[in-house]
Design a protein around this ligand. Structure first.
Ligand code: F0G
Length: 457
């Protein structure tokens, strides 16, 4: 087979700035060893997130010029609404400025003290919005998804048995909805199978609970289903996506991922009464229901992006480019979550730095070193992001200590990715020199965004 190429040519370019290692040692120190606090101009290859970092197409930019900025009833809203209805089949489409705004609205209305929200794995903003409402967020990832070294096709699947037990234990009246996140971002960008979605739906039906899908990366998930799940090889990604959403009573989506835009999101619902309540809250917090915190031009870009993202040449390139980086790392012995997920490579920091315990944040250590060595910015997803503390102040670490290298859509070329692999392999070969870290400042919630660190001696 020939090389899978980028299915686009480049019309507009953006220079990236080179720094020296000596400069980067100073920069990361000034940032309190937290890559979120580095000036983006000081980053060479930015793999902090795939969210809002996509390159838009010429068609999307054309849509930006065609945006209708009417306060109410904008033409762009109707295009946006039609694009989302075509994929999800849901009735009520509510635009929001990004994913977490949709979360804030839905959990403000359905959450509150004494309520429980199960998911395969809640993303951090989802969890935070649930907890902020006073409710509890619970993860029921299948056992296989917790083992970075085991290769399996659908490591994002939910543990249906545990889910059902939980519903019985907590009482279905205390569970406003069951959620599934596709792909499972916090668990490694791993896909969820159609079989699992159907099985979860059966449980939901049995207990009369609505099923919500966090659909940020639905097209990547649908492409994995096409590639890996029997019976889907001849279906289009659009058809597979439509089947996924046919099981959903509601969807939250950050359009900053698979809608290929820099800002945007939505909430989609079937329940009219719930939709009315959400729209009323939207008016208070986001804006009128036909723009919801976005400009008309943003709505156009989302609508166009949703058409482009289900293109299978695009998805083949997308999934292959992440797998390509994964292959290079695995061949050099670097421990990563296998197989690679859809939007990112997740380095397994526990195996990368076996001598640095979770209390000393091995993921943070690898993240800092990648920046110092090559100007690459990644993100810790481990004890810094998800660590809990007991009454005595002892850390309860999450199951995995990871470093995420998220690949922006349509932004970097194969030689950028080759460079990234060379830097990671170099850091891995020098891993004995890496130290643990301690936290010197932290906020009470979502501490990873603003925490300050100090390397240990
Ligand atoms: N759900 C998932 C699965 C996500 O990955 C994100 C964002 C959100 C919800 C919230 O959406 O950022 O538009 O408010 N993930 C980004 C990331 C931030 O880097 O993975 P948002």
């Amino acid at each position: 087979m020939k090389t899978i190429i980028e299915p686009f040519r480049i019309k507009s370019v953006e220079p990236i700035r080179f720094t020296t290692k000596v400069e980067r040692i100073e920069i990361i120190k000034t940032a309190g060893y937290n890559p979120f606090l580095i000036h983006a101009d000081d980053v060479l290859i930015d793999l902090l997130t795939d969210s809002g970092t996509s390159a838009m197409s010429a068609q999307q930019w054309a849509g930006i010029m065609q945006g209708d900025e009417s306060y109410a009833g904008s033409r762009s809203f109707f295009r946006f609404e039609a694009a989302i209805k075509k994929i999800t089949g849901l009735k009520y489409i509510i635009p929001t400025h990004q994913g977490r705004a949709a979360e804030k609205i839905i959990f403000s209305i359905t959450g509150g003290e004494g309520k429980f929200f199960p998911n395969n794995t809640h993303f951090d903003t989802t969890r935070a919005n649930i907890e902020f409402s006073g409710a509890e967020a619970h993860d029921f990832l299948n056992e296989i998804g917790k083992h970075p070294e085991i290769r399996a096709d659908f490591k994002g699947d939910m543990d249906v048995e545990k889910l059902e037990k939980f519903i019985i234990e907590k009482g279905k009246e205390n569970i406003p909805m069951v959620m599934i996140t596709i792909t499972n971002n916090s668990g490694g960008g791993q896909p969820v199978s159609m079989k699992n979605i159907r099985d979860v739906k059966e449980v939901c039906k049995k207990y009369n609970l609505p099923l919500f899908i966090d659909a940020c990366r639905f097209a990547e998930n649908a492409y994995f289903i096409k590639m890996r799940e029997k019976g889907f090889e001849n279906k289009s990604v659009l058809e597979i996506s439509q089947e996924i959403f046919s099981y959903a009573d509601g969807v939250t989506m950050s359009a900053k991922k698979d809608a290929l835009v820099n800002i945007g999101g939505f909430l989609a619902l079937n329940d009219e009464e719930l939709a009315m309540k959400c729209r009323n809250l939207l008016i208070v917090t986001e804006g009128f229901p036909t723009y919801g915190g976005l400009a008309g031009r943003d709505l156009e870009a989302v609508a166009q992006g949703l058409e482009e993202v289900v293109d299978e040449h695009y998805l083949q390139y997308r999934i292959r480019s992440v797998e390509y980086l994964g292959e290079k790392l695995v061949n050099a012995g670097v421990p990563i979550i296998e197989p690679p997920g859809g939007h990112a490579i997740y380095i397994d920091a526990k195996r990368f730095l076996p001598d640095v315990p979770p209390e000393q944040f091995p993921g943070q250590s690898v993240t800092c070193e990648l920046y110092i060595e090559g100007g690459i910015r990644g993100c810790e997803i481990g004890s810094v992001m998800f660590g809990k503390y007991d009454a005595a102040g002892k850390l309860t670490p999450p199951p995995m200590e990871l470093v995420r290298l998220a690949i922006p859509r349509r932004v970097y070329t194969q030689s950028h990715i080759d460079f990234v692999s060379e830097v990671i392999i170099e850091v891995y070969n020098n891993r004995k020199k890496l130290k643990g870290y301690e936290i010197t400042y932290q906020a009470p919630m979502l501490r990873h965004f603003t925490a300050q660190f100090k390397p240990l001696d």
